[in-house]
Design a protein around this ligand. Sequence first.
Ligand code: FES
Ligand code: FES
Length: 210
Amino acid sequence: MAPKDDRDTPQRFSVSRRDFLKTTGISSLAASVAGVADAEAQTGTARALGPGEVPVQLMVNGKRLDLRIEPRVTLLDAVRTRADLTGNKRVCDRGTCGACTMIVDGRTVYACSTLAIDVQGKQIRTVDGLASGGKLHPVQQAFCDKDALMCGFCTPGFVMASVGLLEKHPNATPEQIKKGLDGNICRCGTFSRVFEAVSSVSASKGVQRG
Ligand code: FES
Ligand code: FES
């Protein structure tokens, strides 16, 4: 799974998300894959999956999805094209913009850089599942109230990153908000209104701790 955040949201590292993806992520992933391969080779349990479709079961927004997909399919593609949950957007498709941000077992991740097959058995949350009973999530409402979007392509990712942040830090400071959202990019330049929206939820304590 591709780690997305480093300080204020649940999956934490001591370097920025982009630095992690550029350096540590690559080397630790290689070490991890090599370690698993070694262990499997020693125990004789290694088995190949794919390249054709394999059964993959995902829990998305509390509902079970039984899919048949190739192991190379990302979480973002699986959810958007197989489950018709198109709230989270594909923008860069390479783990740099945050538009695809989802929450997996309480941790924000870049869904475009996470394999669906790797998140089986985990609770996956997308922006599509935030509203309930016809009522927007407090973070979604705050983005509307503060007019914190223009084209809106980055917005689902910002909303999910904000939810992840506030579930961990319900009273996040401006500095925590800034750091918690540093893996998300808005090309329209709505940052100040996004920060204002998240601060308003933070101040009103509108999000339960996750
Ligand atoms: S679309 Fe996933 S990080 Fe940009
Ligand atoms: S509102 Fe257009 S990219 Fe953020």
